[in-house]
Design a protein around this ligand. Structure first.
Ligand code: LLP
Length: 417
């Protein structure tokens, strides 16, 4: 896992003391290090591009902040989008339609129409979607998401590729679906699979690739030649201090050689979300309350499951530390808990911390992927701010929401007033 330097006992992030960032922008706040974001993109691109023609399509569901998207557009990255909202947001950030692949699930006709009107390629998820899309538009390039029968992920809730999954064309229907697509006049370009999110081992990716390759070759025998394989996202990152990182160079070499040796496919597409954004971002939250509850000690902070839902939703582990007492000797074990009125509202369980006090700044690591993007207004708490730091400079990239803004779409019928 990525760890940080400190100066005078204060954690440094992107060249700045975290206490300065918290002071200037308030808490809770998500803080992204621009240099790390760019490095992560370049790392994964270079690892694969050395071995095969590669296109990286950032899974923007992980974080759709316009400033972050703009940085990735500058890097030459593409986009994996799942909704018309994500497509529009990415177009606004400067991505051209040809850089975006839309992979929806249970997509309505209205959404299909909206996405195709924007000129974006569709990765078709079901036979129903294909038949409905045929009546709307067959001019844009398409690919198909298949269910590879292989799953991997940090939680059952994010495993997508197993047999029987709600995602993709079931394996036994893939060939007939492509043949039907050809009959309907679609411009068929590729094949896609996504096994799940946050997997830490290379093997499931290899197993998925085997299935994709067999399918590509069977399609070729049936007169359908594809240009690309899209292997989805799912590359995990370490969340614990001594956890090893997946060797993406090894993964790239293995996958690229399988493709090159066994098919005539020219291009490999990847859709990493977590790998690109996760460790570029921390969440800073303030300790507002310390409680000794007989059998347990609590550090009460101003971010709860409304700000970062991953611990409550998936039991995800996020490393936490006190940014203003960095590296200090720890005194006891605490649960780090938020302001939401549910017992399930926690950020971390049983962590040793150095004598937490009201006013301390708690840094939550690896908060970039599915952190802000899954945050909510539960308990009528405004969405928090986002900040970008770049070599010692910090800029606001999302203002903290106000309570008043939460009322803007609500209507009290006249008769009640
Ligand atoms: N491609 C497709 C089709 C996907 O469904 C996803 C993620 C990705 C790519 C990117 O996966 P990644 O590289 O980020 O693992 N909210 C959960 C993760 C849900 C992932 C959904 N799909 C979490 O906080 O762990």
């Amino acid at each position: 896992m990525r760890d940080y330097e400190s100066e005078n006992g204060i954690m440094m992030f992107g060249g700045m003391p975290v206490t300065d960032i918290a002071e200037k922008f308030g808490t809770p706040v998500y803080v992204t290090d621009e240099q790390r974001l760019r490095e992560n993109y370049r790392n994964i691109y270079n690892a694969f591009a050395k071995n095969i023609d590669t296109k990286i399509h950032y899974a923007c569901k992980a974080n759709t902040n316009l400033a972050i998207l703009t940085i990735l557009a500058q890097e030459g990255c593409g986009i994996d989008a799942v909704s018309v909202g994500e497509v529009m947001t990415c177009l606004k950030a400067g991505f051209t339609p040809d850089k975006i692949i839309y992979t929806g699930v249970n997509v309505s006709n209205d959404e299909l129409k909206a996405v195709t009107d924007l000129g974006v390629m569709i990765n078709i998820d079901s036979i129903s979607e294909m038949e409905r899309l045929a009546k709307i538009n067959t001019k844009l390039p398409v690919s198909f998401r298949i269910t590879p029968g292989v799953g991997s992920g940090h939680s059952d809730k994010v495993i997508t590729g197993k047999k029987g999954s709600k995602f993709g064309i079931p394996k036994d229907k893939v060939i007939s679906t492509y043949l039907r697509a050809k009959e309907l006049g679609f411009d068929i370009k590729g094949i896609h699979a996504h096994i799940g999110s946050g997997g830490q081992s290379v093997e499931p990716f290899m197993d998925m690739m085997e299935v994709l390759i067999d399918t590509v070759n069977e399609l070729k025998e049936n007169g359908i030649e594809l240009e690309f394989i899209d292997m989805g996202g799912g590359i995990g990152v370490p969340y614990k201090l001594n956890e090893e990182e997946m060797d993406i160079n090894d993964l790239a070499i293995n996958l690229a050689s399988m493709i090159k040796e066994e098919t005539s496919i020219k291009t490999l597409i990847l859709e990493p979300g977590r790998y690109i954004i996760c460790d570029s971002t921390i969440l800073l939250t303030k300790c507002v309350d310390v409680k000794d509850a007989e059998s347990k000690k609590y550090v009460g902070v101003d971010a709860g499951l409304n700000t970062l839902i991953r611990p409550a939703m998936y039991d995800s582990y996020h490393y936490v530390t006190l940014g203003n007492k960095f590296g200090k000797a720890c005194t006891a074990k605490y649960d780090v808990v938020g302001p939401i009125c549910e017992s399930g509202d926690f950020l971390a369980h049983e962590r040793v911390l150095p004598d937490p006090q009201e006013g301390d700044i708690v840094a939550v690591y690896n908060a970039g992927a599915y952190g802000f993007s899954m945050s909510s207004n539960y308990n009528s708490r405004p969405l928090c701010a986002e900040v970008l730091v770049n070599m010692g400079e910090a800029e606001l990239i999302r203002e903290r929401e106000t309570v008043e803004e939460q009322w803007r779409h609500q209507i009290i019928p006249k008769r009640l007033q």
